[in-house]
Design a protein. Structure first.
Length: 151
């Protein structure tokens, strides 16, 4: 199994519906936001936001983002970096949007983003270019992290 597959399996095993996206504003200051997400086998992250949100405006100005998912039991952290953009592919829109809504509404009756009335709803994708997984329960000293650069 390759490193990307190992990280994808770790991400799926966490079964955490929420992650944190990091963006930069026009002044270069970092800003973070929690959001519901879904991923694919290539470690791409799909999420929904509003066009009036800080994260959306930041992505329009600078598409380079980070994304983090953590779990306490077992103690695992997954860190991703990549570029974010609106999903334009109809197949991805159909496949991942429905999965995202199903995953998010399994834990809450209404997505927080749907309760915000300012701006249009936008379906986004982070195309992952770098990923790291740290599993602090099963890895030995010196083997805490696995990471990969994706082409």
């Amino acid at each position: 199994m390759n490193t990307k597959t190992n990280i994808a399996e770790a991400l799926a095993s966490i079964n955490q519906p929420l992650g944190v996206i990091g963006t930069s504003n026009e002044q270069g200051n970092s800003q973070s936001a929690g959001l519901y997400y879904i991923t694919d086998e290539n470690l791409n992250i799909f999420f929904v936001t509003r066009s009036a949100s800080r994260k959306y405006k930041n992505i329009q100005n600078n598409p380079h983002v980070s994304f983090t998912v953590i779990s306490e039991h077992p103690p695992v952290t997954i860190q991703l970096e990549g570029t974010a953009a609106e999903v334009m592919d109809p197949t991805e829109q159909t496949t991942y949007y429905d999965k995202l809504i199903a995953k998010a509404t399994a834990t809450t009756p209404m997505l927080p983003v749907s309760q915000i009335v300012t701006g249009e709803m936008v379906f986004m994708k982070i195309t992952t270019t770098w990923a790291r997984c740290g599993n602090f329960e099963i890895m030995k000293e010196g083997e805490k992290f696995i990471e990969t650069t994706l082409e």
